[in-house]
Design a protein around this ligand. Structure first.
Ligand code: CA
Length: 424
């Protein structure tokens, strides 16, 4: 077992019960403290850890990696140094924060330079995302959408069980949790017998997804096998892939998603390492047809991460509308990465791949309003008595995720929270 994952470890820093960020997590992000430039950070409990300050004060001096990479406004230069460096830094943090270790515990002066209360800092988008690819890897989601829009008898298209279907998304409009979005405008055709119209989308939706950020690149012409995929995955963040269903429905034939998708996607600020999530690996759903050799996936490659979506109306209380789990995904991250690169497509540190909407079998586990309201036919009650079929202006969508099982400490992904403002 990885030493930093030991459930017996405790820190001298207070960690509230059921915190997403115990000493066994130690995710990476970028923060901006008062009167300082953005730089690399981690978090324990409610304390943000300035990794650049730790480096400046000499706590990483004996570790062989480029410490200047921690003094940057994005994590790309740091994560490009490959998995052994990410591991080494997380292990060192675990060692310094351990309650048995006096090095930093008994140095209040240095603590003042290193730790910040989470409420006093701003979290930034953790990486400069060069390329973003979105998959469609939940069988339940693909079946639901195929049933609603095409044909219940042939809901899954013939390719679906043979390859992880995906498309290239837009990287420039990916925003960090806390950044509001405006309702998108566009062309729709609400009446099939009339010409299209222009205006604010009436069917604005979220998609509950898991984003994963690639840590090292691979050259053009090379591929990544399912076996080596983990070496390329820096970590996971919650991802809300906003969708305007009315714009999407009219525009998507024949080339796929465009303006119904590219107006915004929201990412949580902390990237949780595959190492921290190691205890929560589990078997993926059984393959229903034999896949080609390059997509074979040995061992446990799904992750048991509980997911939740809440809608908070303006001035009202948040209501949980969906509980799902990342382990439902038919195609794993390793298979997606192998498929993405099998043709020689290169990837770079900081690229973002997203799972696609994570729906389970149970209707309360559907990961979008499109499915929860079944194309607007089943209204969902909010705590204030109002109803939603799709999202309204003033709504805040909050996604949370954490892994928990007996014998292990809860590892959380934090949250991604975004408010919807009226169309401009
Ligand atoms: Ca999506």
């Amino acid at each position: 077992m990885i030493k930093a994952n030991d459930p017996k470890l405790e820190s001298w820093i207070e960690v509230p019960k059921n915190s997403d960020f115990p000493i066994q997590n130690l995710p990476f992000g970028i923060f901006k403290g008062e009167n300082q430039k953005p730089c690399a950070a981690s978090i324990i409990g409610k304390k943000v850890i300035d990794l650049n300050a730790l480096a400046q004060l000499g706590y990483f001096d004996d570790l062989a990696f480029n410490k200047n990479t921690l003094d940057k406004p994005v994590l790309n230069p740091f994560i490009r140094q490959k998995r052994k460096v990410w591991r080494m830094v997380r292990e060192r943090l675990s060692y310094l924060l351990n309650k048995e270790n006096a090095t930093l515990r008994d140095n209040p002066e240095n603590q003042g330079k290193i730790f910040h209360d989470l409420k006093d800092v701003r979290m930034k988008l953790p990486v400069r995302i060069g390329d973003y690819t979105d998959f469609y890897a939940s069988k339940e989601h693909a079946t639901n959408v195929g049933t609603m829009f095409r044909d219940p008898k042939n809901a899954l298209l013939p390719n679906w069980l043979h390859l992880p279907v995906g498309y290239h998304g837009r990287a420039s409009s990916i925003i960090v949790s806390g950044t509001p979005i405006h309702r998108p405008k566009g062309q729709t055709r609400p009446d099939a017998d009339k010409p299209p119209v222009f205006g604010p989308s009436k069917l604005l939706d979220f998609e509950l997804e898991m984003g994963y950020i690639l840590g090292q690149g691979k050259r053009l012409g090379k591929s990544i096998s399912t076996e080596e995929a983990d070496e390329y995955i820096f970590g996971l963040s919650l991802f809300n892939d906003w969708s305007a269903r009315d714009i999407q429905k009219w525009e998507y034939v024949p080339l796929g998603p465009f303006l119904g998708k590219n107006f915004a996607s929201s990412l949580s600020p902390w990237i949780v390492s595959l190492d921290a999530l190691e205890p929560f690996r589990t078997q993926q759903p059984k393959a229903e047809v034999e896949v080609l050799p390059y997509l074979r996936n040995k061992g446990k490659n799904a992750l048991d991460i509980k997911l939740e979506v809440q809608i908070k109306p303006e001035g009202g209380k948040a209501k949980t509308v969906c509980r799902s789990n990342f382990k439902h995904m038919y195609w794993t991250m390793q298979q997606q990465l192998a498929h993405h690169t099998v043709n020689g497509c290169n990837i770079n540190a900081g690229d973002l791949l997203a799972s696609g909407t994570i729906s389970g079998k149970n209707p309360s586990s559907y990961g979008s309003m499109l499915e929860l309201s079944w194309k607007g036919t089943i209204p969902i009650k909010m705590n204030d008595g109002s109803e939603r079929k799709f999202l309204q202006d003033g709504d805040t969508v909050i996604m949370k995720g954490y892994a928990q099982k007996s014998g292990h400490v809860r590892i959380g992904l934090g949250e991604v929270r975004t408010k919807i403002l009226p169309a401009t």
